[in-house]
Design a protein around this ligand. Structure first.
Ligand code: TA6
Length: 299
């Protein structure tokens, strides 16, 4: 690992702007200190763990109790859920949210474009993935650290049969107090309430966190606004080629139950997940590709 970090550093380092360094558990991460923003992304899970536009505090929540262990996902930042979301239908032994969030991705490029720094990583199907998912694919992930955080997840079908994939950019936003934050832009949208037997309901007004909240908003491509009166700030989340949005907060009881989260941590985070899950899973024909895009901006 150390050697490969040295090699990655020599290949991808941009003096004063980006470098590859050992992060937690010695895992390689790209540390960005660009003109418009700083940030971090681990090769483990292609996991963005920090984004801080100039003039703003950290936008992403990262759990202080993350378990930095091979095969485990990082708690916080932006885990990538792929090629299924949540529990895998009919396969209780399969890892929740798919396998790419606990896989080591390949670093393909680091470049500066104007004020932004763009990091691109990729991973593909192999024997370890085929035990869970028969399809052949290559996923590339293009992350732009700038005044805006832009995440582009591309699925390429490298096989000879159609792929059906679910995907989510499971972003943990840092908030001052989740019980005082509001998510605007989902009024009237239908959603599946995973805390109430997966019943379908309709959103009335802004989404407020007053209990464990685990909802899949359906058929929505609208931009959202996360208003946080405590920090105080407003975060705009926009998206392309995404038909669902998940809103999640574990509340107190589940927060304690999640060993890598912990007591009280639920108050400091709110997940808004640009996604294509359930009936909005994406079909990708052989030789074709699909890109889902999420954009975050502090307004
Ligand atoms: O996105 C919401 C959700 O699917 C919840 O059901 C909850 O399980 C959360 O993801 C976290 O999942 P994880 O596997 O990371 O503990």
């Amino acid at each position: 690992m150390a050697a490969s970090i040295t090699e990655l550093e020599s290949r991808f380092r941009i003096p004063g702007v980006a470098q590859v360094v050992p992060g937690q558990a010695g895992w390689p991460k790209v540390q960005v200190t660009g003109p418009a923003a700083s940030g971090e992304i681990y090769l483990h899970g292609a996991h963005v763990t920090s984004w801080k536009p100039v003039g703003s505090e950290e936008v992403l929540y990262l759990s202080p109790n993350t378990i930095w262990q091979a095969g485990k996902a990082i708690r916080g930042g932006v885990p990538i859920c792929f090629p299924w979301f949540g529990d895998k239908a009919g396969d209780p032994h399969a890892p929740a949210h798919g396998f790419v969030r606990a896989k080591d991705w390949q670093l393909d490029s680091v470049e500066q474009q104007g004020q932004a720094v763009i990091v691109t990583l990729s991973t593909e199907s192999d024997d370890s993935t085929r035990q869970w998912f028969p399809g052949d694919f290559r996923t590339t992930y293009r992350v732009t650290f700038g005044a805006e955080l832009v995440l582009e997840l591309t699925t390429i079908n490298t096989g000879s049969t159609a792929l059906r994939v679910e995907e989510a950019l499971h972003t943990y936003y840092a908030v001052g107090d989740a019980t005082r934050a509001a998510v605007e832009g989902l009024d009237g949208a239908r959603y599946i309430d995973k805390t109430d037997g997966f019943r379908q309901k309709q959103q009335q007004g802004d989404v407020m966190i007053a209990a464990e909240t685990d909802r899949v908003y359906l058929n929505t491509e609208d931009a959202l606004l996360l208003s946080d009166p405590v920090l105080p700030r407003r975060i705009k989340v926009a998206k392309r080629h995404s038909r669902t949005t998940v809103v999640w907060n574990p509340w107190s009881v589940k927060s304690v139950a999640l060993k890598d989260l912990g007591d009280g941590e639920w108050k400091r985070m709110l997940c808004i997940e640009v996604s294509n899950v359930g009936d909005s899973a994406v079909e990708v024909a052989p030789g074709e590709q699909h890109t889902m895009r999420a954009e975050t901006r502090v307004t």
